[in-house]
Design a binder for this molecule. Structure first.
Ligand SMILES: Nc1nc2c(ncn2[C@@H]2O[C@H](COP(=O)(O)OP(=O)(O)OP(=O)(O)O)[C@@H](O)[C@H]2O)c(=O)[nH]1
Ligand SMILES: [Mg+2]
Length: 463
């Protein structure tokens, strides 16, 4: 897939200008290459004195081409096997001008490095057994995480929690497998395991694995965002509320009922959590509505189904009208927050008039923070419940891992059923081997090149 024996180099900071940029070089010639373009002392340019690098000892100096100083830098060398890739490596921290950093990279290439493909450094770390596949995937997930809980999810796997769980499953299944096989091979010397014992051991693994499989929902919801639909009859302030929550004039607001026709979907953070906010067309039964508005109303109703939370908003000056009550009737058991809007227009004591979760003024922003708190409260419950372990945030597996664990657990289920039905032991052994091989695909212990290539292709250059 990749050549593993040469020296690779890449810029590992994002393109564009910044205070500092970093270039990473890894492979057998990395120290030698950097020595060709680095000097501690600008007086010795022509002489090109070699610097004696020491593992993890940062050195201040200059990058030079044949006769000019290119930049003032810090060089950080790593001696094999104590580096990310386990190879001799160097990181060069230079000034973050887009030209200067590309000149330094070109110098590395000129003296023998090859430009690295996306994910190639992590690939080397994986092939050289420094990390397993779950850790490699966690590295990519933490790079792409756009909210704090997703960072927590990824970092849990980064420090090896998932790797550890897979290892424990593997050990338990492997021990059982060898016990059954030993008896098959040496029936006189090794006692046969009781069928009950097999079922008991496997059911504890099955339960643990089932919990783990359910954690994928949390990762999924944090990646896409918790979906919130804003529903109400026309003109109650749905779009005004969307704009308040986004802190931008995203949706058109007018005093004409039926302004919003199509659903408007925007991603945003509220507190630390990611949300997909959906502004909908006001729901009304009026037979005179245009075809476009009619379709919009259909979409509004449909959006209830795939929402995690629904905000039902009504106009306090008009009260809880029949239309709003009908909408509330459509919600079934959906988590909802009922919002009384246009508080600024109310003179009476609304607490006595209406029962709802929060009174706001979407136009002027009154009580929007209280609404945000209610939303994050509901959302935290949802996110917590999407984690198999009912923890706020923790291990969360991705789609690839989920598919494999489902298959692994199915084989465990088959083995348990087989044990209860007294099927021959070699059939149980077959199921356990299948289960193990799926676990090995999760960790990357045994996996085909094509899948590996697909995983690392998602990585950015320099990682
Ligand atoms: N005074 C006052 N006016 C508001 C408030 N919220 C919205 N409005 C006004 O009510 C009208 C309708 O607001 P929108 O946000 O467009 O209402 P909508 O529910 O999206 O309406 P449709 O898209 O037509 O269903 C506009 O004139 C807003 O300025 C509020 O809190 N106070
Ligand atoms: Mg609107």
């Amino acid at each position: 897939m990749y050549n593993l024996s040469d020296t690779i180099a890449a810029i590992c900071t994002p393109p564009g200008t910044g205070a500092i940029a970093a270039i990473r070089i890894s492979g057998p010639d990395s120290w030698k290459i950097v020595n060709k373009i680095f000097t501690k002392n600008t007086q010795c340019l022509a002489v090109g004195t070699k610097h004696c690098f020491i593992h993890m000892e940062a050195v201040h100096g200059y990058i030079i081409d044949t006769e000019n100083v290119i930049d003032e830098v810090i060089v950080l060398p790593y001696k094999s096997p104590h580096s990310f890739t386990t190879e001799d490596s160097v990181e060069i921290f230079c000034h973050g001008g887009s030209k200067v950093v590309s000149i330094i990279l070109e110098l590395c290439l000129k003296y023998g490095a090859r430009i690295a493909a996306g994910g190639e450094f992590t690939f080397r770390a994986f092939v050289n057994d420094r990390i397993d596949l779950t850790t490699a995937e966690a590295i990519n997930e933490i790079i792409n995480a756009d909210n704090l809980p997703s960072v927590y999810n990824a970092s849990t796997n980064l420090v090896g929690s998932l790797k550890e769980k897979i290892k424990i499953f593997r050990e338990k299944i492997f021990n059982l497998l060898t016990a059954i096989e030993s008896h098959l091979e040496f029936p006189l010397d090794v006692p046969q395991l009781e069928r009950n014992q097999i079922v008991n051991e496997l059911s504890s693994v099955w339960n643990e694995m089932d919990y783990l499989i359910n954690t994928s929902n949390q990762g999924q919801i944090l990646r896409t965002g918790i979906k919130i639909s804003i529903l109400g009859v026309p003109n109650v302030g749905k779009s005004s509320l969307l704009n308040q929550l986004l802190e931008s004039e995203r949706a058109i607001v007018t005093d004409e009922p039926g302004t919003t026709r199509d659903t408007i979907i925007e991603k945003t953070l509220i507190g630390d959590l990611p949300f997909l906010l959906v502004d909908t067309a006001g729901i009304r039964d009026d037979i005179k509505v245009s075809k476009a508005e009619k379709s919009g109303i259909e979409r509004s109703k449909n959006s209830i189904n795939d929402s995690d939370i629904v905000l039902v908003i009504f106009d306090l000056t008009k009260g809880l009208c029949e239309g709003t009550k009908k909408i509330l009737g459509l919600l079934d058991g959906k988590p909802r927050i009922v919002i009384g809007n246009k508080l600024d227009l109310c003179k009476e004591d609304i607490n006595k008039l209406y029962k709802c979760d929060v009174f706001i003024s979407a136009k002027y922003g009154n009580n929007i923070d209280s609404l945000r708190n209610l939303i994050t409260g509901e959302a935290q419950n949802i996110v917590k419940n999407t984690n198999g372990y009912h923890q706020p945030y923790g291990i969360s597996i991705n789609q690839r891992q989920r598919e494999l664990l489902l298959q692994s657990n199915q084989s465990i289920q088959n083995a348990m059923n087989g044990a209860l039905e007294n099927i021959p032991e070699d059939l149980i052994v077959g199921e356990l081997k299948d289960s193990l091989s799926k676990l090995d695909e999760v960790s990357g212990r045994k996996i085909n090149d094509e899948i590996i290539a697909g995983i690392f292709a998602k990585f950015c250059i320099g990682k």
